[in-house]
Ligand binder design. Structure first.
Ligand code: ADP
Ligand code: MG
Length: 373
């Protein structure tokens, strides 16, 4: 089999403080079909950064793609987490924003990667455990400045361009706003303070349950909605000058990236308006606009991109985990997902620290913007 590099170009080291979006790909194992038969794979790993997929034009050839990391079908939850997620957490505890998002077609392993199950916990529980551990360690550090931490969570989904609070029972579409410091926020979104991992689970697990049982068209709903868990970490200095650093971590399980106009959805005829997920479509346009260096980036054209404005070409550390399936029947969805991942590699972010100083007795906040180290 011949092979040629399609998108393997490297980017020269760029000066701090810019950061490229980290784009990694995870291939799930082959799942046997109903008869237990394994399907033919169309994609396979080459090394820890490279994979190859059969060529569209000539099935005797393969095309190689290179990413920041490639996790093969035998990769564990721990490997994905330690290799690509844990490294950004230190930034969140230092007042910077970070986003981890799972992208890819339905059934390719996004929810497995993000949530996992009790035997194989995914990115979300692992990140929460580490955030509490790291904040405890910083509180106990001898000799350094004394800090306290306030950690809170919000959990929402974007479904048919509505922003819904999963920690509340009423289904109201919430507006997204930007403050004068370019922070994106949702004023009416519930922010639940959490002091431990146990407290996190206490609020998260029922919300997860609500989400999955609320919809009658369960699969259709979950494959079309984006779920966004936001963990906000406020780090406060106990002594003069009472610095306060606020970092936000978004953990996002995106809607399935397949184009329902082509695949249909289990034979259901879909209304044209619902066939393409607006938010995912705009996400792709945002990536194109950033790559072309356009001055107008269409963040405001969808709820997801508006919310992620900080994370794409913005101020965050971002990791995109593209999930793909090996079976031949998913070939076109896999190829589309890989091409999206390849173009996302080009985006540069500019992380910065959000620090406020609140002198005692003075209510005015002074914002300083510091370049990331
Ligand atoms: P998605 O959220 O992208 O629609 P899921 O995470 O629900 O896909 O995965 C589809 C199925 O494949 C599930 O049954 C899941 O348990 C299984 N699966 C996905 N990734 C893996 C993996 N890396 N190892 C084992 N099973 C996996
Ligand atoms: Mg899913």
């Amino acid at each position: 089999m011949g092979s040629r590099a399609a998108t393997g170009e490297e980017h020269p080291g760029r000066k701090s403080p810019t950061r490229q979006v980290q784009v990694v790909v995870r291939l799930r194992p082959c799942l046997g079909d109903a008869q237990g038969e394994q399907q033919q794979p169309c994609v396979r790993g080459v090394d820890t950064r490279t994979l190859e997929i059969l060529s569209k034009r000539n099935r005797a050839e393969t095309v190689q793609y290179q990413f920041d990391a490639f996790y093969g079908e035998d990769s564990t939850q721990q490997e994905v987490y330690v290799g690509s997620v844990r490294p950004v957490l230190a930034h969140v505890l230092n007042g910077q924003n970070a986003s981890i998002f799972a992208y890819g077609p339905t059934g390719a392993g996004k929810t497995h990667t993000m949530l996992g199950n009790p035997e194989q916990p995914g990115v979300v529980p692992r990140a929460l455990l580490d955030i509490f551990r790291m904040s405890r360690e910083q509180c106990n550090q001898l000799g350094g400045p004394e800090w306290t931490f306030s950690i809170s969570m919000s959990y929402l989904e974007i479904y048919q361009e509505k922003v819904l609070d999963l920690l509340e029972t009423q289904n109201v579409d919430l507006p997204i706003r930007e403050d004068r410091y370019k922070n994106i926020f949702i004023p009416k979104l519930k922010q639940q303070t959490i002091n431990s991992f146990t407290e996190f689970e206490l609020h998260f697990l029922p919300a997860l349950q609500n989400r999955t049982t609320a919809s009658t068209k369960l699969n259709l709903h979950s494959s079309r909605s984006h779920s966004v868990l936001l963990i906000k970490v406020v780090k406060m200095e106990r002594t003069d000058p009472f610095r306060q650093l606020t970092g936000k971590l978004y953990l996002i399980d995106l809607a399935g990236s397949e184009d329902n106009r082509r695949t249909g959805n289990e034979g259901v005829r879909l209304k044209e308006s619902g066939a393409i997920n607006t938010s995912l479509f705009v996400l792709s346009k945002v990536v194109d606009a950033l790559n072309q260096g356009l001055t107008r980036i269409p963040y405001r054209d969808s709820k997801l991109t508006r919310l992620l404005q900080d994370s794409l070409g913005g101020t965050a550390h971002s990791v995109m985990i593209t999930n793909i399936a090996p079976e031949y029947k998913h070939y076109f969805n896999t190829l589309t997902a890989l091409n999206f991942a390849a173009k996302s590699k080009l985006i540069i972010n500019h992380p910065f620290t959000r620090e406020t100083i609140q002198p005692i007795g003075e209510c005015q906040r002074n914002w300083r913007i510091k370049a990331a180290p």
